[in-house]
Design a protein around this ligand. Sequence first.
Ligand code: KG4
Ligand code: ZN
Length: 382
Amino acid sequence: MMNDLKNQDAPKTTLVLGFESSCDETGVALVEMSQGQTPQLLAHALHSQIEMHQAYGGVVPELASRDHIRRVLPLTKEVLANGGRSLSQVDVIAFTQGPGLAGALLVGAGVACSMAAALKIPVLGVHHLEGHLLSSFLSADPPEFPFVALLVSGGHTQLMRVDGVGHYVLLGESIDAAAGEAFDKSAKLMGLSYPGGPALAALAEQGDAKAFALPRPLLHSGNLDFSFAGLKTAVLVQSQKMVANAPSGNSTVRSENLASGATPGFENLPLQERANLAASTQAAITDILVKKTLTALNESGLKRLVVAGGVGANQSLRLQLNAQCALRGVRVHYPELHLCTDNGAMIAMAAAMRLQSGLQKASSDYAFNVKPRWSLQSLGLN
Ligand code: KG4
Ligand code: ZN
């Protein structure tokens, strides 16, 4: 389908170069596709800005944009070298068009469109969440349509019925904070460094998940919507109680704690107590995710689940979903662990799958725009 884009000898395959720059990871990847076959990842490279933002306790948008500018071309060279391809062999350039930080998105879009204009090849803007949604097609055990998808990233918590590329029906979503946000904000209260999810999960390994009875909002709401805002408040109140009940000395307020948003004195509590709160918080989040996901599977009658997005890397969530799905004869698919969080491979893959499905044509209009807010359902075809 893309073969007629270049007039010379028609290539049998289409080579897609993809850029991800929506937040704090610069990702570049090369995916090769042939008609009728799952596109193959040839190479990908990633630079995480986590260390740079850690000093600020979260992503600083302006620093993120500037760093994407510094990283994107060296990463592209690395990917082309590792994939054994030259820039002149690339047929299409894909980039994350949204949602995300406007300045960060503009870097990827600007580089993609100017490179494509210079090479006289078409471009394709990709929805970041569609990248996550389709990222398990990069794994050794790719799913088949249709399936229920649990999309759990830093900014989104959604359950979807996926009947094919572009056929996404929203079944339920968070009415306030996302699951990733609940991990990150609770971790911050516990004085753990950004991004909080992995840090909280590591601390939780040593704790007792039943130590504190934290709320599970909307658990029995009868629909597939989520709510995590109240949980964060409950963790705040619990952490303050623990400090207040501790032997004197714990409540010494360090100025860096006030600045970082950590509950003052929490870091002086015994490790076991801190781990217990982390484990109880993780259990509350994962219980909600598992319960709603099982309900979605039950209601849809589908026997296949795909978990996508950064929180999908959480081992406790994976263990619970695996156990519950095994009991119900449901196959569960995850992206490779290193492709759960943001990366370029999922963007190149989503572009290749959209092109392959005939849903979208790459464009030769290089006047790019970005969509910092963009709903996945608006991609149409439901
Ligand atoms: O999908 P992602 O990389 O970025 C967005 O598109 O938002 O997701 C990032 C989120 C963060 O909230 C991070 O704390 C969370 O995924 N996360 C985890 C784990 N690894 C990443 N949460 C819990 N456990 C983990 N192991
Ligand atoms: Zn993401």
